[in-house]
Design a protein around this ligand. Structure first.
Ligand SMILES: [Zn+2]
Length: 352
């Protein structure tokens, strides 16, 4: 049996008929695709006509309001260089000997209200505000190197899980405007990590093959959602996304503490390119989640993956991006079909 046969891109097409007032109450048909993630079964629906109300769904970025928020928040920013050493907490010497970790412009220190065994903030830059397109590969790479340095200093003997996340701007859940990542290390996996690792293990046991490698191979052949590579990291759009404009990066290995630097460079480069795409399309809020899975594991399916999604654009009256479908029914609503997104993204992943 070839691996190609076991990745199924399932969809069910529905047609909803309505009489549209703007068209003199003529019969109008809306097609809806119900999709299922090949690994986890997570459902999403693609409203093929939603693109017509794209602006009202995503909102328009209010640049003046962004500038105002940036200026007002800069006055008392704990993450700016003149405050970060005096106003942010430190780890005890037994965890980080110098209290904080600095690599390049990035600084890693504990979250004031930790939500896991280790919960660090990584500030990637000295500048108070970066537009999405200003997150360079170097800034992201150095933040990952700071996280790697942290992991190398803590005992990894017990079962630990991790992720590196980002809320960018208030519609994405950020309370601070200054760019920052949240690094979570815990003895308990997140629901996403647990669900994914369980599904990856099942897939491996069934087919003696790593799902992520098979997915990349199939998507490369299909040429519908494959985007490109940055060094050893592969990028694609997910078939059944969990958020708007979802972009997925797949590393050839897991275990950030031992990860080769060229993979870290590839990750930084890919995230930077994805954010350049978001920035050039005037998206002003995004989330990123780098799933580190189990931090110490020889399981071949335990890979580092990263997902990015856009959130509602920043404006005075932005609406919540999640409504009953996502929040209560755990089904994502897609406006830009992944195949359209991949076509646009490819231009940003040309050339090393
Ligand atoms: Zn700042």
């Amino acid at each position: 049996m070839t691996t190609r046969r076991v990745i199924r891109f399932e969809k069910v097409l529905e047609e909803a008929e309505i009489l549209t007032p703007s068209a003199g109450f003529k019969l109008d048909t809306h097609e809806i695709e119900h999709r299922r993630d090949p690994l986890t079964g997570h459902r999403s629906l693609v409203g093929l006509r939603l693109i017509e109300k794209y602006r009202s769904l995503m909102g328009e970025t209010d640049r003046e309001l962004v500038d105002k928020l940036v200026a007002s928040s800069a006055e008392k920013c704990f993450f700016c260089p003149d405050m970060v050493m005096s106003a942010t907490p430190m780890f005890s010497k037994s965890i980080v000997s110098s209290g904080r970790i600095a690599v390049g412009e990035s600084t890693l220190f504990p979250n004031l209200f930790p939500l896991s065994l280790y919960h660090a903030i990584i500030v990637p830059c000295k500048k108070h505000f970066l537009r999405p397109e200003e997150f360079t590969a170097g800034l992201i790479g150095d933040s990952l190197r700071a996280a790697q340095t942290f992991l190398r200093g803590i005992p990894l003997s017990k079962e630990l899980y991790g992720s590196i996340n980002c809320n960018y701007m208030p519609p994405a859940g950020a309370s601070a405007v200054h760019p920052h990542f949240q690094f979570i290390v815990s003895t308990v996996p997140s629901s996403y990590t647990e669900e994914t690792l369980n599904a990856l293990k099942l897939y491996y046991r069934q087919y003696q093959s790593v799902y992520w490698d098979d997915l990349v191979e199939v998507e490369k052949e299909k040429k519908e959602r494959y985007v490109g590579a940055t060094g050893p990291v592969q990028w694609l759009c997910t078939y059944s996304p969990r958020g708007m404009n979802e972009i997925l990066g797949v590393c050839p290995q897991g275990g950030l503490s031992k990860m080769e630097d060229r993979t870290i460079q590839g990750l930084g480069e890919g995230v930077s390119r994805a954010l350049k795409y978001y920035g050039s399309h005037n998206y002003s809020a995004f989330n990123m989640s780098m799933d580190l899975g189990r931090l110490e594991s020889d399981d071949p399916w335990n890979r580092l993956t990263v997902r990015l999604v856009t959130r509602q654009n920043f404006s005075a009256g932005y609406r919540a991006g999640e409504h009953f479908f996502q929040h209560m029914l755990a089904t994502n609503v897609v406006v830009v079909p992944p195949e359209v997104l991949a076509l646009e993204l490819k231009q940003y992943f040309v050339g090393e």
